[in-house]
Ligand binder design. Structure first.
Ligand code: C2E
Ligand code: CA
Ligand code: CA
Length: 438
């Protein structure tokens, strides 16, 4: 049914992988998400009939996949296809959009009848390592504009963030803790072999009185700039300690991992305050830190991490692979867990390069005596592949989204009965259907 389209290799070059400190590092450059909508779909459906119209989107997706072989193409609705790719240069997006528009000049042969399909293209772009939810939001907004303007529209995540009234938000943040506007959600980490939740990660949210829910990507960076991050993190640690005890009282004595921003690792006063809090509580706590935060001031950071480890705080290295990093630091850190950045995991089963990187990272972490957590596990296929690769723990929307404490308790109770696996593959299918998606 689909006419052949020629592959457009130049349009979307794959991100380059180079080796630093003996470990491959992906030079991300730019991330793109293009939402491709079949324009006037209702008219087409009236003309073609529903069954044939419903098949059309598969053909559209196939033509795009042929045209952009390095992109991840996915049907996302009756008349919507999602196309995601990365490139070192911003120009690749423009080339891809032009190529898409040109490729759909050729009509589709539907049962011997030629039909031209008009596309509406809305794209989100981000340079470097951006939150993928923001990328989706920008692409969605771009598509809304594309429907009105009837031309392809591109929106940049960075520009839109800048347009938020950051000064007002920063001013409000100082009072947010006192006014109890912050709250925590928890996302479970599941141990693959043991098939049980072994820890949870605390993620902060801000219920702003007039703006509604504000996600950490929009206020953590400004909290770091204004130093409100100190008060925010101390609040997060206090709340997590209280919730850890509450969970333990309910029979779920899980370690709670807290994200610690880079600048704090060299702050002696902060370290003292944290030690006092953690030691007096006896709660099981872990810290997630990024390698980049250690690189800023390695000497103090490593010394303070050792202090934390000595009082029983488990250290996990977060977002591994997302930034430039050095193997030398990794060996010196008293870390017990390595979390592979979700960027590598969400594309695990659709890219040739990511499985190699993930595999070598797992082997490296094991050689350094660390357990590996894969974050951003969204599909049963990714979970199965990770288990075969020897990944120790997984975290992601497949298991559960971040959820409030009450929901976490319900989640833990409803899954307490999951029996141990008799065989490797079946339990993953079972888990995928049994466990909630939040
Ligand atoms: P992170 O530590 O890498 O947290 C993981 C982020 O990925 C979370 O976004 C989570 O909701 C999202 N996520 C989880 N599973 C999946 C999945 O399967 N697929 C996809 N696409 N995404 C998934 P969130 O909650 O918006 O947090 C964003 C970042 O904000 C965190 O990244 C962390 O760096 C920072 N953050 C959150 N809470 C705190 C905090 O209390 N203190 C500090 N300093 N930073 C925090
Ligand atoms: Ca984290
Ligand atoms: Ca992470």
């Amino acid at each position: 049914m689909t006419k052949d389209a020629t592959a457009c290799d130049v349009a979307v070059p794959p991100a380059t992988v180079r080796s630093i400190g003996g470990r491959p590092v992906v030079q991300l450059g730019w991330q793109f998400l293009v939402l491709v909508e079949v324009a006037d779909f209702a008219v087409l459906r009236r003309h073609l009939g529903r069954p044939r119209a419903d098949l059309l989107i598969g053909d559209v997706s196939e033509r795009i996949a042929t045209l952009l072989p390095n992109a991840r193409t996915m049907v996302a609705g009756r008349h919507l296809v999602e196309v995601a790719f990365v490139s070192e240069v911003r120009l690749s997006l423009d080339i891809a959009l032009i190529a898409l528009e040109a490729a759909f000049e050729t009509p589709f042969d539907i049962d011997g009848e030629l039909h031209k399909v008009h596309l509406l293209l809305g794209a989100g772009t981000a340079s470097g390592h951006a939150d993928d939810v923001r990328l989706v939001e920008e692409a969605e907004r771009a598509l809304v504009d594309a429907r009105i303007e009837r031309i392809s529209v591109v929106r940049d995540v960075a520009r839109s963030t800048a347009s938020i009234d950051r000064i007002a938000l920063a001013r409000d943040l100082a009072g947010a803790i006192e006014n109890e506007e912050l709250f925590l959600q928890y996302q479970p980490k599941v141990h693959v072999r043991r098939q049980e939740v072994t820890s949870v990660e605390a993620l902060v949210r801000w219920q702003h009185p007039t703006r509604g829910l504000v996600l950490p990507g929009d206020f953590i960076p400004m909290a770091e700039e204004s130093r409100d991050i100190v008060a925010l993190t101390l609040w997060t640690i206090r709340r997590s300690i209280a919730d850890q005890k509450l969970l333990a009282d309910r029979g779920h004595d899980l370690r709670i991992f807290i994200n610690i921003a880079g600048g704090l690792l060299a702050d002696t006063r902060f370290v003292r305050q944290v030690c006092a809090l953690v030691e007096s509580s006896g709660a099981r706590i872990g810290f997630e830190i990024t390698e980049t935060s250690v690189i800023r001031d390695p000497e103090s950071a490593i010394a303070n991490l050792k202090v934390f480890a000595d009082i029983g705080v488990t250290i996990a290295i977060d977002d591994y692979g997302a930034g430039l990093s050095s193997l030398a630091y990794l060996k010196q850190l008293p870390a017990r867990e390595l979390k592979i950045d979700k960027l590598f995991i969400t594309q695990l089963t659709s890219s040739n390069r990511d499985p190699l990187i993930v595999r070598s990272t797992i082997d490296l972490a094991h050689a350094l005596d660390m357990e590996v957590v894969a974050e951003g596990v969204e599909t049963p296929a990714a979970m199965a592949l990770l288990s075969v690769m020897g990944c120790d723990m997984i975290q992601g929307f497949l298991i559960s989204r971040p959820i409030n404490l009450d929901a976490l308790i319900r989640f833990l109770q409803s899954n307490a009965h999951i029996p141990a696996p008799a065989e490797l593959r079946t339990p993953f299918n079972r888990l995928a259907t049994v466990w909630q998606r939040g």
